[in-house]
Design a protein around this ligand. Structure first.
Ligand SMILES: Nc1nc2c(c(=O)[nH]1)N[C@H]1C(S)=C(S)[C@@H](COP(=O)(O)O)O[C@H]1N2
Ligand SMILES: [Mo]
Length: 268
């Protein structure tokens, strides 16, 4: 959302009743059943009529495949955002929201700090993140203000970082099941000026990226250099620019716009 210096403002958005929220969450919890209820009938038929490969429907498998063993195969949150051809992506990408990114940042000294209960803070560099499998994504980025734009991002899947570094499990070992993961992942800018909380299933979603490129070029400062979150299952607000820290937790992490009265999940 567009904000001014002192008082961040956010326009009205659809407010769900508690009943609607529970219904949505229940649908999501049921995974593919939830998917069935959200997709147009034709698309659902297409997905279910595809042959299975290793127990996972092929169109979904195509998204999950990577050199890394993707831990998100445990998760039922498989509602996929539609994707587009690279040529359809906007050249002039909108810039919106500058909380936590107004100060200068030296990309050379930037490091990602990863915090997990009961474990020492882990440091990961941009080069290490770039060494993970690269994923590109062209999708319709939606802001709660009401605008949307087809955008082209490149980076690594957050799920790949999590499985590669064996992050986010209470055991500190690779996940044996979905239940091993902490419930939430919080992210903050290095100056703590902007922060978001994510349910772990959304964080592990196969389209959730730690992006370091936009339109095939390194990220620019206003778009969140050196590393930002791209999470198509959420509205723009959760797509935190300039990630400084990631913190796994069982309690809900703080969230900038939820603190200002908006729905915590802002899911799509
Ligand atoms: N650090 C930071 N990240 C942020 C915001 C912000 O104010 N500060 N605004 C959010 C909102 S509301 C939107 S719509 C998107 C916009 O991303 P863009 O500027 O790349 O278009 O960033 C999100 N991430
Ligand atoms: Mo936004």
């Amino acid at each position: 959302m567009e904000t001014n210096e002192q008082t961040p403002q956010m326009p009205e958005r659809e407010v769900l009743t508690t009943e609607q929220q529970i219904r949505r969450r229940t649908l999501k919890a049921f995974g593919l059943f939830g998917l069935a209820s959200l997709l147009p009938v034709g698309i659902w038929k297409y997905v279910t009529s595809q042959p299975k490969e290793a127990g996972i429907l092929k169109p979904l498998r195509a998204i999950l495949n990577s050199n890394e063993q993707v831990a998100n195969t445990y998760f039922s949150n498989q509602h996929l955002a539609p994707t587009f051809a690279v040529e359809q992506a906007a050249k002039a990408v909108r810039i919106n929201g500058r909380e936590g990114i107004r100060t200068e940042l030296d990309p050379a000294t930037w490091q990602l700090q990863i915090q997990q209960p009961g474990r020492e803070t882990m440091i990961v560099t941009l080069d290490e993140i770039k060494a993970l499998p690269k994923q590109e994504l062209v999708f319709d980025f939606k802001c709660v203000e009401g605008w949307s734009q087809i955008q082209h991002w490149g980076g690594t899947r957050l799920a790949d970082l999590i499985s590669h570094y064996k992050l986010g499990t209470r055991t500190g070992q690779p996940a044996a099941s979905e239940a091993d993961y902490f419930n939430y992942l919080g992210m903050e800018t290095p100056d703590k000026g902007y922060y978001v909380g994510l349910d772990i299933a959304s964080a592990m979603h196969p389209q959730t990226l730690l992006a370091y490129e936009m339109n095939g070029e390194p990220l620019t400062g206003p778009h969140g250099a050196p590393l930002r979150l791209i999470i198509p299952v959420k509205y723009g607000v959760k797509n935190l620019k300039r990630i400084g820290t990631m913190t796994f937790a069982d309690d809900r992490p703080r969230d900038f716009w939820a603190e200002r009265g908006y729905d915590y999940h802002v899911g799509l």
